[in-house]
Design a protein. Sequence first.
Length: 254
Amino acid sequence: MQRLQDRVAVITGAAGGIGLATARRFAEEGARLVLADLDEEAGRRAAEEVGGLFVRADVSQEDDVVRMFATAFDEFGSVDIAFNNAGISPADDDSILTTGMDAWRRVQEVNLTSVYLCCKHVIPYMQRQGKGSIINTASFVAVMGSATSQISYTASKGGVLAMTRELGVQFAREGIRVNALCPGPVDTPLLRELFAKDPERAQRRLVHVPLGRFARAEEIAAAVAFLASDDASFVTAAEFLVDGGISGAYVTPL
Ligand SMILES: NC(=O)c1ccc[n+]([C@@H]2O[C@H](COP(=O)([O-])OP(=O)(O)OC[C@H]3O[C@@H](n4cnc5c(N)ncnc54)[C@H](O)[C@@H]3O)[C@@H](O)[C@H]2O)c1
């Protein structure tokens, strides 16, 4: 499929995980890519692999975000797709009773303030073009509670979801679609290592997934490509769950 032929896409957190899988998928579909990440080495490697341009950016810093979109526009002449995906979930973000202000603030800055900054600075390009698709990465934890808490992470993703809905509504008649991607747990190297060491911990989570497994990053990327493309031309302000059925489940199959 070449649904993104010659569209210019900026992907944050593109050096690994969901971001990298999406960069690969976007490249297959014909997009011209700007890959942004803090990790310069992995980011450059990723950009080389998909034939894109790497920009080192800390998405919680306004100057970096402004420069990132300006680079995309200067290089390619438009900014058609913004996948605002970079995020962190550090170990010191835990129960509300033990999470300190430092962890709270750090996670809010990287997960929520970054999405505010990216939307704020990409929308003017899209307004001038009269079109654009923004996909902000939230999470299934934005719509469900968890007893294994990461309090700032959950609150940040709730913020991403609400902000996305509002922007989707506000800019709908200007041809700009804004959707929140809510992935379920994804089988990343980190998660695999953690759960290989602790099968009980894995089982505690897997029992809630009707499909009985975690997502592959490519399955999340496929959903992002759909939202980015004209196939999703009537989809905006959506809470787009790609979660293996978790959010719909009460009792799961044995
Ligand atoms: N993996 C999951 O199970 C899962 C589930 C739901 C939602 N998500 C969300 O999906 C997104 C991607 O997650 P992932 O699992 O691919 O993570 P990942 O850790 O594999 O990749 C995240 C990338 O973001 C980059 N990054 C971190 N802070 C940054 C900053 N300040 N500026 C620029 N880049 C920065 C990292 O260097 C990394 O390359 C995140 O927003 C995450 O919260 C992940």
